[in-house]
Each structure stands twice: as C-alpha cells, then as structure tokens.
Design a protein around this ligand. Structure first.
Ligand code: BGC
Length: 390
C-alpha cells in the first residue's frame, strides 16, 4: 500500500474512532476483565456476572456485596458510556485497609442509612448495634452486607440473583434473615431490582442499592451539571451528626432542597443553608409523593436525573417511602476507580430508595419491622433512556 495513503487511512480511522468517543474517558475501548473478580473469600467463590440486552445496555455485578460494578448505556450519539463508579478488580473492593471502604454499587443490608446511636428496641428488648458513623449505625455497621459474600447466580440472560443468609445476631441484629436480590435487565434498558427477605424472629430490614451515578460518563468531573427531579414535597432534616431530627419539613418553592421543578444538582448546592452545611451538600432523605397511605406506587417516577452532555436519562421507580439523595460529598480523591480514575468530591450521585432513616426509632413513620411469616419486599427500577432534557 502506498505509504502516504496508508497514513491518511490511519489518520481517518483515528478521527472516526475519536469522533465516536464523546470524551477522553469514553468506554468505547474499555472492557472489564471478569477474571479480575474471580477469587475465594471466606471459603465462598466470588465472580463477576454480566447481563447484556439487544439495546446496547450491559450490567455487571459481583457477588461481593451484591455490587453493581458497571452499567453501560449508549448515549445520544450511540456511544457507550459507563455510568457508575466502581473498581475493575475485586482486591480494591475487598481490601478496605489498603484502598479504603466504599459502598460503590452495593446491596446494603440489613439496615441502609442511619440508626440513632445504633440503638433499637425489638419486642421490648433494647439492642445495641455497631456505631460506625458519628456514633450512629450506618448501613448495617462496618460489616454490613455490602462486605459480605452473597451467593450469586446468573439465572438466565437477563436475570442475576444474589442471596444471603444472615445469622441471628449478625451485627447484633436479631433473627436469622434470608434475603434475595433479583436484578433483571429489561429489553427497554431498565435495571429492575427486587429485594425479598424473611426472618425467624422479629427484626428490622431496610435494603437499598448504593450505586454512584455519573451520567456524564466522565467521573473525572463532578455531576453538578446534571439535572435532578425528585418527586417529593417534603424532606427529613438532619443534625450535625447526619442523624435525622424526626421532623418532616415541607419545602418552599425556592428551598434548595426542592427539586419538583428539575434543576441542576449544583444550582443551589453551595447555598447558605444550614441543612446543606450539615450534609456538606445533599445527603438527605426526601419523602416521596409516590408513597401514600402506606402504599408505594412504583409506576410513577420517584426521581429523575439527566446529563446535558450525554443526554442519558435515569428514571427511578420504587415502592419505598423515601429516597436518600447523596451527592458524593465524602469522595475525597482517595479512591482510584476503573480506568485509574481518581474519584473526587461529587464525582457521582446516589439515589437510594429506602425507608426514612432511623425508622426503628420513629414509630409514626413507615415501619422497617419484619416478623416471622412476613416477607419484606422492596422494589427499585433504574430506567435508562436518552432524552433532550427532563
Ligand atoms: C450516606 C452518606 C455516606 C454514604 C457512604 C450514604 O448513603 O447518606 O452519608 O457517606 O452513604 O456510602
């Protein structure tokens, strides 16, 4: 081949390739190596499980903590973007001492969010749970299910299940609990997550998924440009220790926490507002309008997020009464994630469907109690699409 023709051809191919990659961190040429997740922890096998559909969506989950490691979605130009934070190997998830703990993508249990001073009373008995966050119990304590090995199974091309048996007294929670998380990838680019649990003695359960979303597909930059909608008139304020005060506050139209009219995450995030100062940004529970008279409507949108860069949109549906919106305020550049990207403050946002925080100590709020013979059922759908806005 003529040399100059060859170099023009190569230059052309490079241009086409670069053109199809919207940003330098594009995932076009990036594949997770499943072998880097194959290991044995506490005598249990750990793997990476992947589902793909015919619309270009791909979801990879490890049974270490039932964690979503990667979600790939085609953007407005058809380029594939990875929209969640995480690591590309099991060591970084597991070796907390070396890499720092993280909840990236995890199936949190037994109790997502905070329990005041780690104290609950069940059947008249006061129980002290681990206190791992400002004196409170956060996400089930330091050994929550996000650090446990689930039994992972790829049921079929579009379903992965993660099951766990948590013994009576696990982190001091009473009752032997058997829980199962079912992840289903639909043909319409939704990731449907069903949680189910049973117990042999009265206990509390509140599970959630802790994915850190960056719909820009570029975690080198923060998500303050993303547009957020939260279908909630009220939120639950916190004190200086991130513990809910027990109040339910209705938000005025100009309240920085009011996202009924979609606005950029960063629009008011630095406003002179006590709650934003206490939370170091958004790290609060919103009381969803989709939950009425004890029933959650998982057909109506609970929250939406949209990236003006990629056009990728995420709609969240749930039967739960609350959603914790956490803008990654504690990410501090310590975690070096997939592709060696350092995760700085607000590199992502979590949309955690759940009960209101500390419900075991708030008898008037939708209960998290589970008794023998009952089945805990929680539903969360992360539906992805491409749109021109919210
Ligand atoms: C909490 C944050 C916490 C984070 C850790 C969120 O659900 O609200 O305060 O830092 O989880 O994963």
């Amino acid at each position: 081949m003529d040399k100059s023709f060859k170099s023009i051809l190569i230059a052309g191919l490079v241009t086409v390739f670069m053109g199809s990659c919207a940003n330098s961190q594009n995932v076009c040429s990036y594949q997770l190596d499943a072998k880097k997740f194959d290991t044995v922890i506490n005598k249990k096998p750990v793997h990476l499980f992947t589902m793909k559909n015919n619309n270009g969506m791909e979801v990879s989950i490890t049974n270490f903590g039932g964690r979503i490691v990667q979600i790939i979605i085609p953007d407005k130009n058809g380029n594939k973007q990875d929209v969640v934070l995480g690591y590309d190997n099991i060591q970084q998830y597991y070796d907390i001492e070396k890499y720092g703990g993280s909840d990236f993508g995890a199936a949190i249990g037994r109790y997502a969010n905070r329990i005041n001073k780690g104290q609950i009373t069940i059947g008249g008995k006061q129980i002290q749970l681990p206190q791992n966050n400002f004196g409170h119990c956060l996400h089930g304590g330091p050994n929550g299910w996000q650090y446990a090995i689930y039994d992972g199974k790829k049921e079929n091309d579009s379903t992965i299940t993660m099951s766990i048996v948590s013994p009576d007294g696990d982190a001091n929670f009473p009752g032997k609990v058997e829980a199962k998380v079912t992840y289903t990838l639909t043909s319409t680019n939704a990731l449907d997550i069903q949680y189910e649990a049973t117990t042999d003695a009265e206990t509390v359960i509140n599970m959630t998924n802790h994915s850190y979303f960056n719909l820009n597909g570029d975690p080198t930059k923060n998500i303050e440009n993303c547009i957020l909608y939260v279908n909630a008139d009220c939120m639950t304020p916190v004190n200086r220790t991130f513990m809910t005060t027990g109040e339910i506050v209705k938000m005025a139209e100009d309240d920085p926490f009011n996202f009924l009219k979609p606005k950029a995450v960063g629009k008011d995030i630095n406003a002179d507002n006590e709650q934003l100062k206490f939370g170091m940004g958004y790290d609060h529970n919103w009381c969803l309008n989709t939950y009425k008279d004890g029933v959650g409507n998982d057909k109506e949108i609970a929250a939406s997020l949209w990236s003006p860069i990629t056009g990728i949109r995420l709609d969240v549906y749930t039967n739960e009464p609350g959603i914790q919106v956490y803008t990654g305020n504690f990410l501090d550049g310590t975690a070096k994630g997939k592709k060696g990207i350092i995760y700085n403050r607000r590199a992502a946002i979590c949309l955690e469907t759940q009960k209101y925080p500390d419900t075991p100590n708030k008898p008037d709020w939708p209960t998290a109690n589970l008794k023998p013979g009952e089945t805990y059922k929680s539903h969360c759908v992360f539906a992805f699409s491409v749109s021109k806005g919210l």
